[in-house]
Design a protein around this ligand. Sequence first.
Ligand SMILES: [Zn+2]
Length: 340
Amino acid sequence: MRFADVKGNEGLKKSLVHMMNSGRLSHAILFVEENGGGAFPLALALAQAVNCRQALPDDSCGECSQCYKIGKLIHPDLHFAFPVSSTSSLTDSEKKAPVSDYFLSSFKELALANPYFTEQDLYEAIGLESKSAVISANEARKIFEKLSLKAAEAAYKTIIIYLPEKMNPEASNKLLKLLEEPPQGTLFLLITHASERILQTIRSRCQIIYLQPTGGAAPLNPALRESFDAILQAGIDKRIIDLFPEWENLAGLGREKQKEFCLFAQSYLRKIFMVSCGLEGLAALTSEEEARVRTLARKIKPSFYEKAFIFLEDAISSIESNVNPKLVFCDLCDRLLLSL
Ligand SMILES: [Zn+2]
């Protein structure tokens, strides 16, 4: 799976490639998608790109041995974990502690036939009956074992964890330990439908990537949008004085709210970028939002988006490192203004 083969999310693919090429890719990425929203093919394209032996500037080659094996899901350094439960197809001993490995062939068959599978498609493919599926502590131990081994041939051992919100507390704590002290050369790619149900301590270890919804438009948070609109407008008009109330307001929020603002701003910028490329359908905006975004898109230089994305990443890292929030937001607003 090359980035070029992944449907939609063009801005996001560009950002991932940019982060990868500039050495800014985190060792743990949390993809937030709607059910069936295409995070799996995106994660696979990323795993392929970081391991490709003849990578092009913006994508994997799709032809080398690493690309071939990752694309066919047969690479020895590419691992998968997903929620399971005991099913009638398992042996009696397997039923006691079911793990993803028992269902791997069904999982791969599904993912190859339809990489845009939904949670329900997965449960159907593995023959899950009425029981609810979980990622158990036993599974977390397996993940630990797999990642502790030396990579067989790839640059990165990669684990794709589908629906980490289904981890029980014991499994979550084991995963947290792994994220805190990751085995060398490991890439964790997590795909969630409910990021708020994942331990905050796990989320904060991950770079969070929001995929564009494939369905209709859900209205954006109006307060966040107005605040970021005001910053963009002040930047476009080069009116530094208009930035003061915004950064003071942001500096006064709690850390979680500040991070939420930065993540919102990244996702909002992607929408503006899409509209500027004529991809209104992908931006999934309401008609009122689209009118506002069109006005902004006309005034923003194409080079701004990537820079702004990085400034916001930097702001998130600073917030997480307890840098004085006044400095963080003053710096962020300044850098945005200078780049607009
Ligand atoms: Zn390749």
